[in-house]
Ligand binder design. Structure first.
Ligand code: ATP
Ligand code: MG
Length: 409
């Protein structure tokens, strides 16, 4: 059992506040990922948990025990860094043994633990090599092995894969995920890469400017971003945003600007809109479907637009178009050659429209209309994708009236 609890955690460096009061409960056995742009305080938070940085304010607890002032080596945590931090003059075996010898563990115990790490990470062939004789991926495995040998209560990873090339990074990502499941050790992982976060995490913590913007399962933060920042940060290519206002007509609410008129579905937004408010509509690239390519949305509103540019990726093609001055990217699931300047009909899937308050950036979806439960309360040590969180399904019976909403450019 290893839960980590952060209460109003603050880190001040001189005049700069790097972490501005973080509240977070990290459940036992979960793989929790801190993600956010550079400088948002991910590493600082992790280093406070590791005991490598002092805590300016707030409480840090491990299994309920206050550990603010407990020295790093007595916290039961092991950290893996981006730089690997291996001892260059030692062999792989010596690197693995070092901290255990320092802790004066009995020789048999050291041998047992090292053997286990070697087995798990398949380090057998490299034991007598020095780090300089290893590839990046192999070095990273040694660094993880060293952490495993310490049999910590909590693993901490700070961007451990960012020195690797793309292919190896994907491979190691899968290895880390497997390893974490096998060892069932509470893990906190820091990355600025939202794809890494989505694929690894049981729980994603999205940070910005020293605060947490949202916490939830990967599916939850993707489906129900609480604000425009999270909506734009999670998902690739990023969500398209359109400025507009809420218009009311015959008791129906619409998102409107000079070029678009899209019904706001009450199944998704309840009664939160009153009419006249300035809003931002958000559509993911897969929710703007070029007609005849991919699943035609049952609640789709058509827009005719020219394709400025097409990016062919093989399994899909990304189309760059615009409505008025606003560029948008759509995803063509059944790719074909698209000529530059070709005109296409795009169907906006209004069942999947997001709406944000233009001023505050907050999502206008009310809790009552969110199909997933969100938060981390549902986590019981089940790995990602185990069906812990319900999938958003938003089939309402409301039918927008198409026809008059089809606005050619
Ligand atoms: N030792 C330090 N002294 C002063 N300021 C610091 C120190 N370490 C970090 N900071 C500042 O604290 C803020 C958060 O830094 P942190 O390293 O936690 O960011 P990060 O989210 O890990 O970013 P990255 O993705 O670039 O690693 C930054 O503005 C940084 O400049
Ligand atoms: Mg960092």
């Amino acid at each position: 059992m290893s839960t980590v609890s952060l209460k109003e955690l603050v880190k001040v460096y001189g005049r700069e506040i790097a972490v501005r009061g973080i509240d977070l409960e990290i459940p036992d056995k979960a793989l929790t990922v801190f993600v956010g742009p550079s400088g948002c305080g991910k590493s600082t938070t992790l280093r406070m948990i590791a005991g490598l940085e002092s805590i300016s304010h707030g409480e840090l607890r491990l299994d309920g025990r206050l550990i603010n002032d407990v020295p790093s080596r007595d916290r039961g945590v092991a950290m893996v860094f981006q730089s690997y931090a291996l001892y260059p003059h030692m062999t792989v075996r010596q690197n693995l043994e070092f901290s255990l010898k320092l802790a004066k563990l009995p020789a048999e115990e050291i041998e047992l633990r090292v053997a286990r790490a070697i087995g798990v990470l398949e380090l057998g062939p490299y034991l007598d090599r020095k780090p300089s004789q290893l590839s990046g991926g192999q070095r990273q495995r040694v660094a993880m092995g060293r952490a495993i040998c310490r049999e910590p209560q909590v693993f901490l990873f700070d961007e451990p894969l960012s020195n690797l090339d793309a292919k190896l990074r994907n491979q190691m990502r899968v290895e880390i995920k497997r390893l974490q499941r096998r060892l069932q050790v509470t893990t906190i992982y820091v990355t600025h890469d939202q794809i890494e976060a989505m694929t690894l995490a049981d729980i994603i913590v999205v940070m910005r400017d020293g605060i947490i913007e949202q916490t939830g399962s990967p599916l939850d933060v993707f489906e129900n971003p609480e604000n425009r920042f999270v909506a734009g940060f999670i998902g690739s290519p990023q969500m398209n945003f359109f400025d507009g206002v809420v218009g009311l007509s015959e008791g129906r609410a619409y998102f409107e600007n000079r070029h678009l008129r899209l019904p706001i579905m009450s199944t998704r937004f309840g009664d939160v809109v009153t009419g006249g408010e300035r809003v931002v509509a958000g559509f993911r690239p897969e929710d703007i479907v070029p007609e005849g390519h991919g699943v035609d949305p049952s609640h789709g509103i058509e827009l005719i637009s020219k394709v400025d540019f097409a990016e062919m990726l093989g399994n899909e093609t990304l189309l760059f178009s615009s409505v008025g001055d606003t560029e948008f990217i759509s995803r063509m699931q059944q790719p074909r050659l698209v000529e530059p300047d070709e005109t296409l009909a795009f169907r906006f899937n209004v069942e999947r429209m997001h709406l944000f308050d233009a001023e505050t950036g907050r999502s206008m979806r009310t809790a009552a209309n969110k199909p997933t439960e969100g938060g981390i309360h549902g986590f019981e040590g089940k790995p990602n994708g185990s069906g812990d969180y319900r999938v958003a399904s938003d089939r309402g019976d409301e039918r927008p009236r198409g026809g008059n909403s089809t606005l050619p450019r």
